[in-house]
Design a binder for this molecule. Structure first.
Ligand code: NAP
Length: 257
């Protein structure tokens, strides 16, 4: 019988921002596919870890504030120490700040770009430094999944640092794929559409914005964190071994309009 190419048994997945929202949805989808989970974040991902363990996986919390790159080496060291390796990295932690560009502050610029882009690059680097020697010595593969956005493709409005960071994620994903594909690491991204999480609470609460968003989504509804699971399992698994530098929109058809 052909092996299941989506099976993640024996793989260790490090997921940032795994306590809630898209990060939790992805962590639990990877766990359901067989992966052990290192749930990284500044808020303890207790619920995520408990649910992953209930699926029969090993799961550990790694406390880290990714507003600076200070914790990146420790995160991968702890994943190796607690779970024996790092095969999959999901860079999901992210923030958004809204204001008119004319009034936008340096603080709101730096906070978003540092968390959403700078820390992502240096965590990719730290993970690849563990993945590459392991792949050279033992075989196997490495999988990096960055969380992009519709604003990787579009401009958005009143979110200049967010758009810059997520557009940057698109470019960074391709650059890292170019450098690391031959070393056995797949670097790809998921671009979620409008997903009902804390991050979009303000939009969901704004009746006018909510209506105009819903009217534009061909699927006719906001996405859920669980909707990201299939794409994450695909990009984390052997099924995507020849997929490199791709930004996969999971958006209910938003970009098709
Ligand atoms: P969310 O519910 O607000 O979750 C964001 C996650 O990032 C939380 O776990 C949060 O931890 C973590 N985080 C933020 N700053 C951090 C820091 N300095 N250090 C460590 N962790 C930090 O939002 P979400 O919608 O699930 O967002 C997840 C990702 O998807 C983000 O990159 C976001 O830009 C992206 N995205 C979301 C949508 C959408 O429609 N929701 C669309 C496109 C892309 P705390 O709980 O401790 O704050």
């Amino acid at each position: 019988m052909m092996a299941n190419p989506f099976d993640l048994t024996g793989q260790v997945a490090v997921v940032t921002g795994a306590n809630t929202g898209i990060g939790q949805g992805i962590a639990l989808a990877l766990a359901a596919a067989g992966a052990d989970i290192a749930a990284v974040g500044r808020s303890a991902a207790t619920e995520t870890v408990e649910k992953a363990r209930a699926l029969g996986r090993r799961a550990e919390i790694i406390s880290a504030d990714l507003s600076t790159i200070e914790p990146v080496d420790r995160i991968v060291d702890e994943a190796v120490e607690k779970l024996g390796g790092i095969h999959i990295l999901v860079n999901n932690a992210g923030i958004i700040r809204r204001n008119d560009s004319i009034d936008f502050t340096e603080e709101d610029w730096d906070a978003v770009v540092d968390t959403n882009l700078k820390s992502v690059f240096f965590l990719c680097q730290a993970a690849a430094k563990k993945m590459i020697p392991r792949i050279e010595n033992e075989g196997g593969r490495g999988k990096i999944i960055n969380i992009a956005s519709m604003l990787t493709f579009q401009g958005g409005i009143r979110v200049p640092s967010y758009t810059a960071s997520k557009s940057g994620i698109g470019g960074l994903t391709k650059l890292l794929a170019n450098e690391w594909a031959a070393k056995g690491i797949n670097v790809n991204a998921i671009a979620p559409g409008y997903i009902a999480t804390n991050n979009t609470a303000a939009l969901q609460a704004d009746a006018d914005r909510n209506r105009s968003i819903m009217e534009r989504i061909p699927a006719g509804r906001w996405g859920s964190p669980e909707d990201m699971g299939g794409a994450a399992v695909f990009l984390a698994s052997a099924a995507s071994d020849y997929v490199q530098g791709h930004v996969l929109a999971v958006d209910g058809g938003w970009l098709a309009r």
